[in-house]
Design a protein around this ligand. Structure first.
Ligand code: FES
Length: 140
């Protein structure tokens, strides 16, 4: 079995519940969240127009982009507005009060790179449809 490499990114105590951090690991910029005591790592760059997802808010496990409010499931990166624009998530492990992130691409069913227009079958939340962009001059 191949050894999987995790990279230490920060101490657990430095990311309190409800907080997020944007960190650089190698050439990647990652948004790290402590949501209800669990840590999540997701690519910081919104696949819509590049806003920093680490500055977004979370509602019921859904990360909401601070710019046009596209939504991404925190666990999988799945984007209900456009599954083709789902974003990458990174597996995390906690050891000795420190957070480690695995940078290699995870194999998450329904996440980025899966078949277009196919939805994961394990959805357990409702997502309100965005009716219009916050800035009426911008298109979604
Ligand atoms: S930049 Fe994130 S939704 Fe537009």
């Amino acid at each position: 079995m191949a050894k999987v490499k995790y990279t230490k990114v920060m101490k657990c105590a430095d990311l309190e519940i409800g907080k997020s951090a944007i960190i650089e690991v190698g050439d990647k910029e990652i948004a790290l969240f402590n949501y209800k005591g669990n840590f999540y790592a997701i690519d910081n760059t919104c696949p819509h127009r590049g806003a920093p997802l680490g500055e977004g808010r979370i509602e019921e496990g859904i990360l909401i982009c601070p710019n046009h409010e596209w939504r991404f499931e925190l666990k999988s990166g799945w984007c209900p507005q456009n599954p083709e624009l789902s974003t990458e998530v990174y597996p995390i492990k906690v050891h000795d009060e420190k957070i480690y992130v695995r940078l290699e691409k995870p194999k998450v069913e329904g996440a980025a790179g899966s078949a277009a227009n196919s939805l994961p079958s394990n959805i357990k939340f409702k997502i309100p449809t965005i009716l219009k962009p916050r800035n009426p001059d911008e298109e979604l």
